[in-house]
Design a binder for this molecule. Sequence first.
Ligand SMILES: [Zn+2]
Ligand SMILES: [Zn+2]
Length: 95
Amino acid sequence: MASQAGKRYQCGQCGAQVVVTRGGTGDLGCCAGTMELVGSGTTAPASKGKNLQLGKRYKCDECGAEVLVTKSGEGPLTCHGEMVLQEPKKMATSD
Ligand SMILES: [Zn+2]
Ligand SMILES: [Zn+2]
């Protein structure tokens, strides 16, 4: 199941929740399982773990999918492989 921009996914094991900021072709996973699509009737599991931090962005190098962590969790987040933490862009310093 491909990820679509604007969709939310959560991990039933660690409670991590992400919102897709850029869709991709892979299955989003976490804690070695597949993340579930968050809908209106979805119950949010208790959040545990601290590897995934609120506000961090992760990207799949293979398909370009990007997610934003909206609830902390254990991770690691996976798509075609382990997703890569995107460092915030540094302001170009001009002297
Ligand atoms: Zn997880
Ligand atoms: Zn991918």
